[in-house]
Every structure is written in C-alpha cells, then in structure tokens.
Write a protein that binds this ligand. Structure first.
Ligand code: ISL
Length: 516
C-alpha cells in the first residue's frame, strides 16, 4: 500500500500502462479502461506506487492517442468516463496513485481548436497554432524538421500559410506564446485534477515553446550528432535544436502549471527529449535546493538509459558524474523501456540473469523509476513484418528503423488465446515466444523474472536509503559498478557485476547489496 504522504513520488516506482495493449474486455482486439481496472490487483501486487496510463482521450489515433481531438473525452475504443471513474476508484482502493498522460504540445488536426484556427487568418483562434507565411519562393519559413520525417511545416491551402508540427502533419503544434492557449490547457488540466488524478506525465514537455522569430536551427557536424533520442537514420539528428524546442519561455509556463497542481497536491513527470541539453533542462525544470520542492516539474523523465548505448558500468557511472556536475539539485526518473523504444532485453541482448541484474541496479539508483508493462516478464521486442506495422514512424523509416510497434504488442497474461489479452485478433500480434513468458507461468516459478521484479521493488520500499538517500562513491571498474546509498537511518553498499563472466569475486550478473 502506498503511504499517503505528499512525496510518494520521490523515489517512487511508476508502472506504465499502454492502454491499447494491456487488457481487452470488449473483444475488439484493443485494450480498454475496464481491462486496466480488472488487472489493477496484479499491478498493485508488484508493489509499485503508481500507474502512468498512456493517452486514452478522444483521438483519430494517427499516433495512437498522442494526437488528441478532445482533451476531456474518453475515446470510445477505450470506454467511457464512467469506466475512468471506476478505474481511479479501484486504483485508490488498492493504494495506487494514478498519473495520466497530457499531450499539450500539440493536438490532433481534428481538434475543434485547429478546425477554427485554420478557417481564416483572423478568427478568434487564428494564432492558437503556429502559422507562418512561406518564404518568397514558396518554401517553408525555416529549416526545422519533424521527428517523424520531412519538414516540420505543412502547407494549408485555406490560409495559404504553413503550420508547425514537430511530429505528424496531423499533430499541429499549439502556440504557447498565446496566453489564451495556456489558459485553455490549464483549465483542461484542472478538469482532470477535479476527477481525482494524482499526477501527470507531460508528453514532450520541452517542446511547448518555439522561437517566436522562427530562426533556422544550426547544422550539427557528423561528429557532434547523438542518436540518443531519435534513431541514427533520422536527419533530425543533423541539427542543433536551438530554436524549435527547449526555449526559456517554458519555465514561466511550467511555474503556472505547477502552481495549479500543488493546489490539488498533484505531481508531474516531464518527458525531456533533447540530445544536447538534457541535463541542463533537468536542472532547470526539476532543480530544487535540499529540502525544497521544485517550482516547475517534480520529476524529469530522461532518455539516458533508453538509447541504444550499452548500459555498461562505465556508462552508468558517467551519467551520474554528469548529473552531479550539471544537475545536482534535480530529480530524475529512470526507465529502461517504454512504448517508444525497443524493449531493453533485446536492445542490449540480455540473458534472463542480466535482465534481473539491471532491474536490481535500476531499483538501487537515486531517482524515481518508470517500469513499462511486460518488462517485469523479461519480454523481448516483438519481431513484426512490414505488413503488420501500425506506427507511421516505423513505416517512414523502415527497415533501418522499424518503429515502435515491436514494444507495443499485447501484454501476455496466460497461455490461452492471444495470451489472455483478447478473445479476438489483437491490433498487433502476440508473438509466440511471449506466451512462454506469460504472467501465470512466471507466478508459478519462484526463479522467474517477475518474482525478481517484485523482490527488488519490495527491497526499495523497505529501505529508505534506496528511496530517498544520497548516492555516492560511484565507480566503474571493468564490468563492476559500485556505489553507496545512505541516509540518516542506514547505508547500503551496492556492487554489481554487469557481465557474463566472474569479476571482483562476483558471479556473472550478480548484484550484491550489503547493509552497514
Ligand atoms: O525528442 C525526441 C527526439 O529528439 C523524441 O524522442 C521525442 O521526445 C519523443 O519521440 C516524444 O515521444 C512522445 O511524444 C510523441 C509520441 O509519438 C510518443 O509516443 C510520446 O512518448 C508525440 O506525441
């Protein structure tokens, strides 16, 4: 059970649910809110503090819910508002906090706001989105690129202007420089706060503002390109994103947003996608001197352990050294997998023992943690054929980048039809190899990855030093990682062998935690 303290999130563990793929109760092959409610006892049994539910709002589903056409509506495919009310009630009964996913940087092009905005150049919502005249030669106003491919500008014949979209053309960017837009989004946020949600995951939190002068992004030389947040084959990595995101004006908006949240005792985790300034932003958004709370965002969801770089002892030590230097007052939220990246067991080619070792290390790090559904089963990435793809990002860059469908296939509950996910054909296939990793089988096996996750989560709950303590003496020596976690009550010495050979007196993939 979650203790009812205001800082439950600090050092807490959040379980991410991708609603399309968690549990279908209507037999249409897509998961729904009633399905989540039905499976909440399982989630609570893991010992986590909260769930983060990816978007379930009304949407044409071009980006599977990250394109919202009604911020206050539940998409019928996921159920009704009554289903949501029941879900939240059930979660609270089980001691779980509920965080929902706010996609504020852009809406769907089907949102009535955009329909109005694009109707003319002088309607009341004309500047609710980011519109610009073309250059004299008809080309877009600047060189900004969409993450999902091509220019970030889309021509609109009615206004004879371009509009900005950092993602799909059907995801126009809202203009945060317009105070009315901010107010509308804050009102929408309050609607959900009044429904009793405990917090928000803020999608693309550093994309809210763009440079009002629309200046070109400078190019990045090949040696300076990092493929941390977008795949290497994406030309988005060829620019320094100096002007299209991570603008200073965002700080004042985040303060407005946070003031509202704190009136309801709610919290936020902001997703920061920025290969160049991630740590600086982490400090700007979540930095708070010892004993104080952040004025902007409580936790920052960072990409350091979500990229393709092998997670060696040295890399972990380096990330924490950088963190100490650049973002000493920040509060990160770590994740190894999510609905956007290849599942880490496949990304790093991890045997089962290694999956367990990385789980233990993750749980021992300073910060909060997000676990992604199915990672507690050690699920590998699903291998899909081009014909099976649903994600436009993967369809655009296939086969060099296969998109995000491989990590979004349904949760596997049992060995029955479709792993117990749905009675009819699921929207993405359930791979045969996943069935062997279904929940029921792992519940019955004391050595399973699932039992290991439960044990590790329990360990964190029992040790205040793991949840909130300092982290120090971080060193890497070959495959050996060692560090200390300590608070007034206890000190823990952690040593991990992140290799498949014996090292420093530790078995392959052994993690040793010694109190004292
Ligand atoms: O920042 C990035 C590249 O530099 C990206 O990794 C970006 O932060 C990420 O793709 C954002 O993802 C989120 O917003 C998308 C949605 O498709 C994803 O599913 C969501 O997690 C657009 O809303």
């Amino acid at each position: 059970m979650t203790e009812n303290t205001a800082n439950w999130w600090k050092g807490g563990i959040i379980y991410q649910i991708y609603p399309r793929s968690f549990q279908d109760t209507t037999g249409d092959g897509v998961g729904d809110l009633a399905g989540i409610a039905r499976r909440l006892p399982y989630v609570a049994s893991l010992g986590v503090d909260a769930v983060w539910i990816s978007p379930f709002f009304t949407s044409p589903m071009k980006d599977f819910g990250y394109d919202v056409s009604d911020y206050r509506g539940i998409d019928p495919i996921f159920g009704s508002m009554e289903d949501f009310d029941r879900l939240i009630e059930r979660a609270h009964e089980l001691g779980l906090k509920v965080m929902i996913d706010l996609v504020m940087s852009h809406s769907s092009d089907r949102h009535p706001w955009f329909a109005e905005s694009r109707a003319s150049r002088d309607n009341p919502k004309a500047s609710w989105y980011v519109w610009s005249d073309p250059k004299p030669d008809g080309t877009p106003p600047n060189n900004w690129l969409s993450i999902f491919g091509g220019s970030a500008w889309q021509w609109d014949a009615r206004r004879e202007q371009y509009y900005l979209h950092n993602f799909l053309t059907s995801q126009p960017d809202l203009n945060f420089h317009n105070r009315e837009v901010q107010d509308a989004l804050l009102e929408m946020t309050e609607f959900w706060l009044q429904k009793g949600v405990d917090g928000f995951r803020l999608d693309t939190v550093n994309f809210y503002f763009h440079d009002a002068q629309l200046r070109d992004n400078p190019p990045l030389l090949p040696a300076d390109r990092k493929a941390d947040t977008a795949p290497a084959v994406n030309p988005y990595n060829h620019q320094s994103h100096k002007y299209d995101k991570s603008q200073p004006e965002n700080l004042a908006f985040l303060e407005r947003f946070n003031t509202l949240l704190k009136r309801y005792g709610a919290v936020s985790v902001g997703e920061i996608g920025d290969s160049e300034r991630a740590l600086e932003l982490l400090e700007e958004y979540t930095g708070a001197p010892q004993g104080m709370e952040s004025k902007r965002v409580d936790m920052s969801y960072v990409f350091d352990f979500l990229s393709g770089h092998d997670l060696t002892a040295q890399r972990i030590a380096d990330v924490f050294a950088q963190l100490q230097k650049i973002a000493p007052n920040s509060w990160p939220c770590w994740a190894l997998s999510n609905h956007d990246v290849m599942r880490h067991v496949t990304r790093w080619n991890l045997p089962e023992q290694a999956a367990k070792a990385y789980c233990t290390v993750l749980i021992c790090l300073r910060g909060s943690v997000c676990l992604y559904q199915g990672e507690e089963l050690g699920l590998p990435e699903a291998e899909l054929q081009f014909e099976e793809l649903r994600d436009p990002y993967g369809i655009e860059f296939w086969p060099e980048f296969k998109g995000r469908d491989g990590c979004r296939t349904p949760m596997v509950w049992d060995m029955g039809v479709n792993g117990g996910f749905s009675t009819s054909q699921p929207w993405l296939p359930v791979p045969h190899v996943h069935l062997q990793r279904a929940v029921v089988g792992q519940e019955a096996d004391a050595q399973s990855v699932l039992h290991h996750y439960r044990w590790a989560i329990g360990l964190r709950r029992e040790h205040s030093a793991l949840r909130l303590g300092q982290m120090s003496d971080i060193t890497a020596n070959g495959p050996l990682l060692s560090f200390r976690r300590h608070d007034d009550a206890q000190t823990l010495h952690i040593r991990a062998n992140l290799s498949d050979e014996e090292a420093g007196g530790l078995e392959p993939w052994q993690v040793q935690i010694i109190e004292g």
